[in-house]
Design a protein around this ligand. Structure first.
Ligand SMILES: NC(=O)c1ccc[n+]([C@@H]2O[C@H](COP(=O)([O-])OP(=O)(O)OC[C@H]3O[C@@H](n4cnc5c(N)ncnc54)[C@H](OP(=O)(O)O)[C@@H]3O)[C@@H](O)[C@H]2O)c1
Length: 246
């Protein structure tokens, strides 16, 4: 029997794919929002028949998003980008304005919102990514103090976009630019561990909290890149130490 209906924005991503399997296995029905139904159709095989619905909508379509929220018990936002592209995919639109928009709708419809932000963003005022994520958290709590915000460090798994992107870059470039000399620290968490935490927040109805979700080991960015370069057998990467914001 279906326990609750959970609407997921950004369901096609790395965390979304893990989360869908965890939720459907435990008798939650998931409704997956996507920009492109054809690209998201693979999600159908992640759970039993009747436990996964896929809905195509643009994220700022007020009527459609309101309809989807209205039909769910819990809303989870996993939409995020690592790089800006064009006028639509900007950090401000995706990480600040969309969480603001979604939390207003959740407030109006009296629905619980779980949002995934990022660890340490409040301390990196020279990074556009971090500022947009931090502002998104503020907007959510202004609208909906009962929301739950999870803050992971790097999230990894098979085929995740972070490690595959950096392995491609490491493979391609002999010299690699690093922010802050590669000394920035991360506590990578596996996607299935993060998914367990999101599941725990759902099952135990955890509300009104910001939770830092970190893995067991703290590594610098340089150490992570060295691990990734070993994975692709690139032993002599030359690193250029520079600092600049993104
Ligand atoms: N992965 C990490 O290391 C990490 C670390 C800290 C925080 N987080 C945060 O955790 C959340 C989920 O991460 P993830 O690793 O699952 O990300 P991901 O694999 O890159 O997936 C991102 C999702 O966002 C959607 N999306 C991107 N741009 C969009 C747009 N303009 N309109 C609508 N949807 C859009 C994508 O949909 P399409 O399939 O349509 O492209 C995809 O479903 C994000 O908020 C991310 O910032 C991730």
């Amino acid at each position: 029997m279906v326990k609750k209906k959970i609407l997921i924005f950004g369901a096609t991503g790395q965390i979304g794919r893990h989360l869908i399997r965890k939720l459907t296995k435990n008798n939650y029905k998931v409704i997956c929002q996507t920009r492109n139904l054809h690209k998201a159709i693979f999600l159908k095989t992640s759970g039993s028949i009747g436990y996964i619905d896929i809905k195509e909508t643009k994220i700022f379509d007020y009527e459609k998003v309101t309809g989807l929220v209205d039909n769910a018990d819990i809303v989870i936002n996993l939409i995020g980008i690592l790089f800006e592209s064009g006028k639509i995919n900007t950090f401000e639109k995706i990480h600040t304005l969309f969480p603001k928009f979604l939390s207003e709708i959740c407030k109006n419809k009296n629905k619980h919102l779980i949002h995934i932000s990022s660890l340490g963003v409040e301390n990196a005022s020279d990074s556009k990514y971090a500022v947009s994520k931090s502002e998104g958290e503020n907007k959510i709590f202004e609208n909906l103090p009962s929301a739950t915000i999870l803050k992971p460090s790097i999230v990894y798994s098979v085929n995740d976009s972070f490690t595959t992107r950096f392995m491609s870059l490491l493979n391609f470039f002999p010299i690699f630019p690093l922010y802050y000399g590669g000394k920035t620290k991360f506590a990578p968490i596996h996607a299935s561990d993060l998914t367990d935490i999101i599941f725990h927040a759902v099952e135990n109805d955890i509300r009104g909290k910001k939770i830092e979700t970190v893995g067991p080991k703290v590594l610098t960015f340089l150490e992570i890149l060295n691990i990734l370069s070993k994975c692709i057998n690139k032993k002599k990467i030359i690193f250029a130490f520079t600092t600049f914001s993104r």
